[in-house]
Design a protein around this ligand. Structure first.
Ligand SMILES: NC(=O)c1ccc[n+]([C@@H]2O[C@H](COP(=O)([O-])OP(=O)(O)OC[C@H]3O[C@@H](n4cnc5c(N)ncnc54)[C@H](O)[C@@H]3O)[C@@H](O)[C@H]2O)c1
Length: 353
C-alpha cells in the first residue's frame, strides 16, 4: 500500500489478488461481515470505507476477536462514501464484491437533507461504477421501506414504498434506483447486472452496543434485566417484529454476492414474528430469571408511524439467492442474552481486578 501525492492511498495489489470492499465496515453489521470474510477468505485484502460517524475501529477489532481470525490487516479509508474515491477503478482493483452498508442508521434523524445526502445521493454512482467494472454489488436496504402496512401476514416485496420516516425513504430511493436501472436493461433486452439489495429487518447480535439507543430491543431489554430492572415494553408487549440474528444477516449478505444468484431486491428477515413479550421470555430463559415486563403507554404521536407488525416473506430470497435463515429467533436470542451476561461479568471482573 502506498500514498499518492494527494495523500490518498493507492493500492499496490495486483488485480489477481482476492479483495473485497465493505462500506460501513466499522459498524455493527459491517464489522461482523468483515470478520466473516476474513474467516472464509484467509489472505484476501479487505477495504473498509467508513467515516466513523457511528462506527468504530473497536467494532472491527472485537469482531475479528470473536471470529478468531487474528488482527485486521486490510485497508481503512476513513472517508464518506459520498466522496466516491474508493470505487474499484480508482483503487485499481477488481474486488470479488462490493458490500455497501454505510448509512446513517439513526431512524430518529429527522434532518432530511442530511439523510438523503449520506444514504441516497452517492448510490447511483456506486451502482454505475460496480456495473461498469462488472463487480457484484450487495447493498443494505431496510424493512423501514415498508412503513406500517395494515397487513398482518408476511410482507411480500411489492408492499414496500410507503416508509414512515426519512431513513426508510432514503433506503426506498436506493431500491427505486435499482428497479429503474433493471427496467432499462430489460427493455433493451440486456442481461441484468449482479446487484442485490437486501431489506434487513430488525437485526440483533454481538457488536451492536455502540449503536446506543439504536441497538436492538434484545440488547436493551437484556441489559435492563441484568441491571435488576423490569424490562419496559409498550402496552401490552404484543407488538410483533421480524427479528434476525446478525450471523444470518452476514451469511445472506455473502450469499448475495455468489455467482449465479438472481439479481434483485430481497427481504432479509427470519420469516417469523417474535412479540416483545416473547423477547422477554427468551431473556428470562437465558438468564434463569422470571422477571415480569413493566408495561407503559406508547406516546400518542408515535402510534401512526410505529411498526406494530413486521414479518419478511422470505420465499423470493430462498429461490433467488438459494438462502434461508439458519437460526430460529428464540434460540438466537437465548444464546445472545447469555453472551451479553457473560461479557458483562467479565468486564466487571476486569474493572474490579
Ligand atoms: N441494524 C439493523 O437492524 C438494520 C436494519 C435495517 C437495515 N440496516 C442497514 O444495515 C447497514 C448497517 O447498519 P448497522 O446496524 O451496522 O449500523 P451502524 O450504524 O453500526 O453502521 C453503519 C456504518 O456506516 C458508517 N457510515 C454512515 N454514514 C457513512 C457515510 N456517509 N460514509 C461512510 N461511512 C458511513 C458508520 O460510521 C457506521 O460504521 C445500514 O445500511 C443500515 O441502514 C440495519
Amino acid at each position: 500500500m502506498t500514498f499518492g501525492e494527494s495523500g490518498r492511498v493507492q493500492s499496490s495489489m495486483t488485480s489477481a489478488e482476492t479483495s473485497f470492499i465493505v462500506t460501513g465496515g466499522a459498524g455493527f453489521i459491517g464489522a461482523n461481515l468483515v470478520a466473516e470474510l476474513m474467516r472464509r477468505h484467509p489472505g484476501a485484502h479487505i477495504y473498509v470505507v467508513d467515516d466513523f460517524r457511528t462506527g468504530s475501529y473497536a467494532n472491527i477489532v472485537e469482531a475479528c476477536d470473536r471470529a478468531g481470525v487474528g488482527g485486521f490487516e486490510g485497508t481503512v479509508l476513513s472517508d464518506s462514501v459520498g466522496d466516491l474515491n474508493w470505487q474499484p477503478a480508482l483503487l485499481g482493483i477488481q474486488p470479488k464484491a462490493v458490500f455497501h452498508l454505510a448509512a446513517i442508521t439513526d431512524t430518529l434523524e429527522f434532518d432530511e437533507q442530511k439523510m438523503l445526502r449520506a444514504n441516497t445521493e452517492p448510490f447511483a454512482e456506486i451502482l454505475e461504477s460496480c456495473i461498469e467494472c462488472e463487480v457484484p454489488l450487495v447493498y443494505a436496504s431496510s424493512a423501514a421501506t415498508y412503513g406500517s402496512p395494515e397487513q398482518r401476514t408476511p410482507f411480500g416485496l411489492e408492499l414496500a414504498g410507503k416508509p414512515n420516516n426519512v431513513y426508510g425513504f432514503s433506503k426506498w430511493l436506493m431500491d427505486a434506483e435499482v428497479f429503474r436501472f433493471f427496467k432499462k436493461r430489460e427493455s433493451a433486452g440486456e442481461p441484468l447486472p449482479h446487484v442485490v439489495g437486501l431489506r434487513y429487518f430488525n437485526v440483533y447480535g454481538p457488536g451492536e452496543w455502540r449503536k446506543g439507543k439504536m441497538a436492538s430491543m434484545v440488547w436493551h431489554l437484556t441489559n435492563q434485566v441484568l441491571d435488576g430492572k423490569q424490562p419496559g415494553l409498550f402496552n401490552y408487549g404484543e407488538h410483533e417484529r421480524d427479528q434476525i440474528f446478525v450471523e444470518d444477516v452476514v451469511s445472506c449478505t455473502l450469499a448475495g454476492a455468489e455467482p449465479g444468484v438472481k439479481p434483485g431486491v430481497y427481504n432479509l428477515g427470519s420469516g417469523q414474528t417474535t412479540s416483545f413479550n416473547q423477547i422477554v421470555e427468551a431473556i428470562n430463559e437465558a438468564l434463569g430469571e422470571s422477571v415480569e415486563p413493566r408495561y407503559f403507554e406508547m406516546p400518542a404521536e408515535m402510534i401512526p408511524t410505529y411498526q406494530h407488525y413486521t414479518c419478511a416473506d422470505m420465499s423470493k430470497t430462498k429461490s433467488g439467492l438459494n438462502w434461508a435463515p439458519g437460526w430460529s429467533p428464540m434460540d438466537a436470542m437465548i444464546r445472545y442474552a447469555r453472551q451479553i451476561a457473560t461479557e458483562r461479568k467479565s468486564s466487571s471482573a476486569a474493572t474490579n481486578a
